[in-house]
Design a protein around this ligand. Structure first.
Ligand SMILES: NC(=O)CC[C@H](N)C(=O)O
Length: 358
């Protein structure tokens, strides 16, 4: 195992060892406090451009599931067809694994996909630094190699364009109600949750103009990076809203794009929400849900247009967790009702959306 140093933008250094693919890398350093779910998180396209730190200390002990493909054409156990995070940072990598579904070690997978992984890092201390300072750019460099990689950019990069599909993909063709799914970097379980509810899914590139297509509802998916890079998608949503009151639902980046289409502004959170236990409250009720999240930006609820209202708020920091239109069936969540990984308590969001199609 080669020695590595993680160097943060402010000069803070953490020393560890490489267990993944040996390659220096730069990106935005973020932390996730979930206790499991590394196969799902690594393959979540929303982590593109980021070095993912896990605070749970033991990682790798349940191995990696196989890349089998189900009848729906999607990877059965993964959220996309490859790793999108730029690297994984852990405290204590376990080469030994045991799980009914494990077929290889995390190190084998990372090496095959050319993704760096580092261990021996005090990830809880690193997380304290990120919480104090806010997320920072960082680099993983090899101690026996000169630092020859450029700084990376995160803000101002259109990551959605890098990860979105390039042409239309259909699922469950002929099933009945048709849903256009705007692929900003969609997780497989969003598609599964729609397909399992008996609708046809027409997955389109993030900047595709679907307004003249024949469909019953619009779904805006999750995706990486700064939502302000996705003006093209926002303009198309706005045009769709001006043309008809067809149902619209959004998740995470989808919440941000819907809010922007409704006139609201987005800001960057100090260190984001990435975990399985983010508490949210449904506005106007005492119903609270434990949710799975992965985002760095948030909707500034004060800037929502008069036709919109908050649907959910985060009980830790009061930030927006969802919006809805006061008249039309247009609503979205900042959290992930599809989970994968994490609690599935909010899957009712998909039920509500499919009900509104009828
Ligand atoms: N998971 C997502 O869709 C993330 C949305 C956006 N990239 C953010 O970080 O806020």
């Amino acid at each position: 195992m080669r020695k590595v140093t993680l160097v943060l933008e402010d000069g803070t250094k953490f020393h560890g060892k490489s267990f993944g693919y040996d390659r220096p890398v730069a990106g935005e350093v973020v932390f996730n406090t979930a206790m499991m779910g590394y196969p799902e998180s690594l393959t979540d396209p929303s982590y593109a451009g980021q070095l993912m730190t896990l605070t749970y200390p033991l990682v790798g002990n349940y191995g990696v599931p196989p890349f089998t493909v189900g009848a729906d054409g999607l990877a059965t156990f993964m959220e996309s067809d490859r790793i999108y995070a730029s690297a994984i940072i852990v405290a204590d990598y376990s080469e030994q694994y045991s799980h009914w579904n494990g077929v290889e070690t995390l190190a084998e997978w990372l090496k095959r996909e050319h993704v760096p992984g580092i261990t021996g890092i005090d990830t809880r201390e690193l997380t304290k630094v990120l919480r104090e300072h806010g997320v920072m750019m960082g680099k993983i460099i090899f101690d026996d190699e000169p630092d020859n990689i450029p700084e990376a950019d995160y803000e101002g990069v259109n990551f959605v364009d890098k990860v979105s599909c390039k042409e239309i993909i259909r699922y469950n063709e002929g099933a009945g109600k048709k849903v256009v799914l705007v692929d900003c970097g969609v997780k497989n379980n969003i598609i599964r949750c729609l397909v399992n509810r008996g609708v046809e899914v027409i997955r389109v590139p993030w900047n595709y103009d679907y307004t003249s297509m024949n469909f019953d509802g619009l779904f805006l998916a999750n995706g990486p990076g700064d939502p302000d890079m996705c003006e093209d998608a926002v303009n198309i949503v706005r045009r769709q809203m001006s043309m008809s009151a067809k149902p619209i639902c959004g998740i995470c980046m989808g919440n941000q794009l819907l809010a922007k289409a409704g006139g609201a502004q987005i800001y960057k959170l100090k260190y984001g929400h990435r975990s399985h236990n983010q508490p949210v409250r449904m506005v106007g009720t005492n119903s609270c849900y434990v949710t799975s999240q992965n985002h760095g930006y948030a909707v500034d609820a004060k800037t929502l247009g008069a036709d919109w209202e908050e649907l959910f708020v985060n009980m830790n920091d009061g930030s927006n967790e969802g919006i809805r239109h006061k008249v039309n069936p247009w609503f979205s969540s900042q959290f992930h009702p599809e989970a994968c990984s994490g609690p599935v308590d909010t899957e009712f969001m998909f039920d509500k959306f499919v009900e509104t199609l009828k």
